[in-house]
Design a protein around this ligand. Structure first.
Ligand code: ADP
Ligand code: ZN
Length: 523
């Protein structure tokens, strides 16, 4: 034990003057021996929330983390600060492991980092029995969620910790928590009774902008030249090829850019990463393989040339900008091709139908963010269950997009959902609803006799993709919800406002619509 006073530990060990918003409460709560579930954005300062209680309490704090590649760095940094830290993972040889295990048993560690796959081994549990554990910290706790995209089966074993060591406090932490994930973490880890700490996910210094993709590289170059000349930034591309080509393109245009993707050998990757961290004004062009654990404060922009696969990814990737709190840009170019491409990927992906539907739902939420006529920040935060007023620092706030009055379309769609339920006791997904609205006599429509519904064909004025945009945007606005494994659409309480109380539904115009009406303003 270094000191029993958290503030002294903060100052003397970590060299910081004060706790950030929320940290103190969490530290006190866990130090007192209680369980916690912490939702805090990337860069918010989660590590101290378990590191300080581990130092304040007797025994060794055991940290389960899937970021094996970062363990050595984390442990080195802690040791540098005078904290006795060690780790156990598959990169070590048996001798190295034995040394750490002996230190743990002898109580010569303050913190022990464990890779999740260690939890598969009974020997790990026997080891833990031989030492004194001060707390269990479960980092990246969303990995326990099958709903999310980082699911790790090994995380399911974490529920055993509480069964075997009921007296040891647990703190689960994550930066990616929608309401569903949040609930799933609580259930699967048996943390329902734990106190939940939810930090604000707002990053006010990041300006969010999403533009229509025309010539992405030229658009990017213009952004860099006009607004981010000489700045350090990250450009994300979906494929290795796009990474290489974009890095070359920028270099040809006198911008210092380096590629980073899993296809490069590890020395090159390490070299590029080191240059990015060290040099000023370097642009890293990368796949999403780059960025986890990168803590560079002055990244001035994060640009996406391809659509992220979920809002969580988008939030996490853009969150690497502006950690120093200074104005920064999150810029995304997206086009119809992205949607087609991602749908194809989803359809061709491994896993069962339920898995594919989850991926599709994630994608739809991301698309809805692209299409919103509302403040991007407000929508982004709403996805994480948080509120924001119009922010004044995103593209839709700064230059309000064209919108069309989707009220009647929304009413048609919602009343179809309601009628199917009331008159037939049925629920259906978007495809069937759109076929009904557009009056298509498909085999499935005829089989269910849906052509005799009074709403059959009332939506012929809109095309199928326009209807899909309506569906996506209603989902995004919470005026419609997805239920169950089969992606059935159901109404929400808010739907009633549209159906019965005249609530207006403004929708962002589809790019085609804008083109037809001749009003395509630069994105
Ligand atoms: P997270 O795990 O939430 O992404 P970290 O724990 O890595 O965030 O912290 C992000 C950065 O903020 C780190 O550089 C960390 O040292 C710094 N930090 C955390 N808490 C404080 C604090 N109270 N005062 C100053 N800097 C802090
Ligand atoms: Zn805004």
């Amino acid at each position: 034990m270094i000191s029993s006073d958290p503030l002294r530990v903060l100052k003397e060990v970590f060299g910081y003057d004060s706790f950030r918003d929320g940290q103190r409460e969490i530290v006190d709560h866990v130090s007192s021996g209680a369980d916690a579930l912490v939702l805090m954005p990337t860069g918010g300062g989660k590590s101290l929330c378990y590191q300080i209680p581990a130092l304040v309490r007797d025994g060794v704090g055991v940290v389960v983390s899937p970021l094996i590649a970062l363990m050595q760095d984390q442990v080195d940094a802690l040791r540098h600060a005078g904290v006795r830290a060690g780790f156990l993972n598959s990169t070590q040889d048996p001798d190295q492991r034995r040394t750490v295990e002996a230190q743990f048993v002898a109580g010569e560690l303050d913190l022990l980092y464990l890779a999740p796959e260690r939890l598969r081994l009974e020997s790990t549990y026997r080891l833990l029995d031989r030492g004194t554990v001060s707390l269990f910290a479960i980092d990246e706790a969303h990995c326990v969620s099958q709903w999310g995209h980082d699911f790790r089966p090994d995380y399911l074993a974490l529920s055993q910790l509480h069964e075997r060591w009921p007296g040891v406090p647990r703190i689960a932490l994550t930066a990616t928590a929608t309401r569903q994930t949040h609930e799933e973490i609580a259930t699967r880890l048996g943390l329902e009774a734990a106190k939940h700490f939810v930090a604000s996910f707002d990053r006010p210094n990041i300006q969010y902008r999403i533009v229509a993709k025309r010539e992405p590289r030229a658009q990017l170059l213009e952004l860099l030249r006009t607004e981010h000349s000489g700045d350090c930034g990250i450009v994300y591309c979906a494929t290795r090829k796009a990474v290489e080509e974009t890095a070359e393109f920028l270099t040809r245009n006198t911008i210092t850019a380096l590629p980073y993707h899993a296809g490069l050998d590890s020395t090159t990757r390490a070299r590029h990463q080191a240059r990015f961290l060290r040099e000023d004004g370097l642009v890293m062009v990368a796949t999403i393989a780059f960025g986890m654990g990168i803590d560079k404060p002055d990244v001035r922009f994060v640009a996406h040339l391809d659509l992220p696969k979920s809002i969580e990814s988008y939030y996490q990737e853009t969150g690497r900008a502006g950690r120093d709190g200074l104005p920064s840009t999150a810029w995304l170019a997206y086009g119809l091709q992205d949607v087609v491409q991602q749908r194809k990927l989803i359809d061709g992906s491994d896993g069962d139908a339920a898995h594919r539907r989850r991926l599709a739902t994630h994608l739809d939420a991301m698309l809805a963010l692209c299409e919103t006529v509302e403040c991007r920040r407000a929508r982004l935060l709403a996805y994480f269950g948080q509120h924001s007023d119009r922010c004044g620092n995103c593209d839709t706030c700064l230059t309000p997009p064209r919108s069309w009055d989707g009220t009647v379309a929304a009413q048609k769609l919602l009343s179809t959902v309601v009628r199917l339920r009331r008159e037939r006791g049925q629920k259906f997904g978007a495809g069937q609803l759109i076929d009904i609205l557009r009056g298509k006599k498909t085999a499935r429509v005829l089989q269910h006799g849906h052509d005799s519904l009074s709403v059959f064909g009332v939506g012929i004025d809109l095309g199928e993709s326009e209807w899909r945009a309506v569906v996506r945007q209603l989902l995004a606005a919470g005026l419609l919800a997805v239920e169950g494994e089969y992606g059935a659409l159901v109404t929400t309480e808010a739907s009633d406002e549209v159906l019965y109380r005249g609530r207006a539904v403004p929708l962002r115009a589809e790019p085609e619509r804008r083109a037809r009406s001749g009003g395509d303003r630069a994105g």
